[in-house]
Ligand binder design. Structure first.
Ligand SMILES: [Zn+2]
Length: 172
């Protein structure tokens, strides 16, 4: 859960609850600033290589110690594909090329993201190593026991990939 917003970011006055644009929102009675609680959006990256998929172990909460696809928040104004490439580089050191959009899903409440954009990517160079907010990397092979996974989106994508026809390249 994100902390409540109590003060106007324009003038500093205490905010109040008021109907605005169809629902109760935090509104400034002094300058009429309306606080919109915008969705947090994450880019998730599905990197497949020779029948393996790259997973990372999270060093931070939420879901510390569990495994997930490389992912991170998209900054305001950042191209989602750039965010995807940046997160992979930060977490694993790999330089990747985004090949296509796989899915857009509602984030689970425990993930911290309201919306997740999932891309397929191809590793161009580098060796996957744990960096940043990651303390382990794993090229997971379909059929191996799954490690403990962090997020619903990770599980959904891996399930689809594991059960896919073997001649397709990535989950549909
Ligand atoms: Zn104000």
């Amino acid at each position: 859960m994100r902390p409540p917003v109590n003060f106007c970011q324009v003038c500093g006055h205490a905010l109040v609850d008021r109907m605005a644009y169809g629902q109760m929102r935090r509104v400034c009675p002094e300058c009429n600033y309306i606080h919109f609680s915008d969705p947090k959006v994450a880019a998730v990256v599905f990197i497949e290589r020779e029948n393996h998929v790259l997973l990372v172990r999270r060093r931070v909460n939420p879901e510390r110690g569990k495994w997930a696809l490389p992912a991170g928040y998209i900054d305001d104004g950042e191209d989602p594909r750039s965010a995807a490439r940046r997160e992979v580089a930060e977490e694993t050191g790999l330089d990747v090329k985004i090949t296509r959009l796989l899915d857009v899903q509602a984030g689970s409440p425990d993930s911290g993201a309201s919306i997740v954009i999932i891309y397929a990517a191809q590793a161009l160079s580098g060796t996957a190593q744990a960096h940043d907010d990651v303390d382990g990397v794993l090229w997971y092979a379909a059929g191996d026991p799954l490690p403990e996974l962090a997020f619903d989106s990770t599980r959904t994508m891996l399930d689809a990939w594991i059960t896919r026809p073997r001649d397709s390249a990535a989950p549909e």
